[in-house]
Design a protein around this ligand. Structure first.
Ligand code: AMP
Length: 182
């Protein structure tokens, strides 16, 4: 978890490689669907391009299919999901029904000013349709309103690992590995 621009995607790739488990990113799956012009992509585009969250039932459906893939049988790392309390509740139900549970929730802590700067820099490199100034502001607003409550949610469940997300990729990665004990 963490605000947009916290480095979730980059760290998720590194951590999943270290643990030998797949990284499952709802953002990547949705972007791929948009590129392919599939029904899912068409449904998601207007939400993504305006900085809004895609409806819960859409992303919950994606995750429920994806975690049943064979490659996820030995565990998986979720990147960018859950993002609302409703999604977190749905995830609990899914995992419970398969006899699974969450080991850890990694929360990358980065102040708004820093993520804003990083996202504007990323806009120049990656050309993501949702990395414009207006959309970034909307995404941050939605993050605080809809996703941040999950920090307390997972803290209460004693799952949360709070990680300082400031610094270089390698510095942050070391902090995560050491918090996970890997
Ligand atoms: P990300 O790559 O994780 O920053 O996601 C990019 C965009 O995809 C977000 O701004 C949302 O519009 C959408 N998205 C990704 N994951 C979710 C999710 N779990 N719930 C709702 N929308 C999502």
């Amino acid at each position: 978890m963490g605000p947009p621009g916290a480095g979730k995607g980059t760290q998720a790739i590194k951590v999943s490689a270290r643990l030998g488990i797949p990284q499952i990113s709802t953002g990547d799956i949705l972007r791929e669907a948009m590129k392919n012009g599939s029904e899912l992509g068409k449904k998601a585009r207007s939400f993504i391009d305006s900085g809004e969250l895609v409806p819960d039932e859409v992303v919950t459906g994606i995750i429920s299919n994806r975690i049943n893939n064979e490659d996820a049988a030995g565990g998986f790392l979720l990147d960018g999901f859950p993002r609302t309390v409703e999604q977190a509740d749905a995830l609990n139900v899914m995992l419970d029904s398969s006899g699974l549970s969450i080991d850890h929730v990694i929360n990358l802590e980065v102040p708004d000013d820093t993520v804003r700067e990083r996202l504007l820099k990323r806009a120049e490199i990656e050309n993501r349709s949702d990395d414009t100034k207006e959309v970034i502001t909307k995404r941050l607003e939605n993050y605080h309103q809809q996703t941040q409550p999950l920090v307390e949610y997972y803290k209460a469940k004693e799952k949360l690992l709070a990680i300082d997300g400031n610094g270089s990729l390698d510095e942050v990665n070391l902090r995560i590995n050491s918090a996970l004990g890997v």
